[in-house]
Design a protein around this ligand. Structure first.
Ligand code: ADP
Ligand code: MN
Length: 173
């Protein structure tokens, strides 16, 4: 059996990280690590940012907390940032991108408004996460994928499955 690596799925909030990671975890048996949830559940933060309505993530606490399970492999990490994780953790890094109008609707539906909505849309327009990923990881392990439609999501599932070497298409008897 081959060693299991770790995959990072990153992108602006609303691009579909958690949906994609859940499907992949179900299909591969990898663990889905949704950083936002871990931060909340395991107190890996420095309090609540009332302005942006989110926990103030403590990067050292997150990295310390995850080190052991990441060293074992078999994890799909899902987070809207990517520059503070140790580079060695990941074998594959996927950045999801969504067209601005579509993203706007998704975030609005999620209840985002005002500054929080604005800043996330700007983040996507300015390609902040793609740039961050390019600065943090080698080009060879980076995949930038469109996540506008359900068809895109299906295609993205296949891309990651084949990266993990478990694609059915690649294993025809
Ligand atoms: P993130 O984790 O990046 O914030 P989510 O996975 O929570 O994003 O997705 C945000 C919303 O958009 C959800 O309602 C989800 O069902 C929907 N969604 C995610 N990816 C797609 C896609 N590729 N096409 C259409 N809708 C999507
Ligand atoms: Mn999410």
């Amino acid at each position: 059996m081959t060693d299991k690596g770790n995959v990072l799925i990153t992108g602006t909030p609303g691009t579909g990280k958690t949906s994609l990671a859940s499907i992949l975890a179900e299909q591969t048996g990898y663990s889905h690590i949704e950083i936002g949830r871990f931060v909340k559940d395991h107190n890996l933060h420095d309090g609540w940012d009332a302005d942006l309505e989110c926990y103030i993530l403590n990067e050292d606490k997150v990295c310390d907390f995850l080190e052991e399970r990441m060293s074992k492999g078999g994890n799909i990490v899902d987070h809207h940032g990517c520059d503070f994780f140790p580079e060695r953790w990941f074998d594959h890094v996927v950045v999801l991108q969504t067209e601005n109008g579509i993203l706007y609707n998704r975030l609005e539906q999620r209840g985002y408004k005002g500054r929080k909505l604005q800043e996330n849309i700007e983040c996507e327009i300015m390609h902040v996460i793609v740039e961050e990923a390019r600065e943090s990881y080698k080009e060879e392990i980076l995949k930038v994928l469109k996540s506008d439609t359900v068809e895109d999501q299906d295609a993205n599932v296949d891309v990651v499955l084949s990266l993990l070497g478990s694609s059915k298409a690649g294993n025809v008897n």
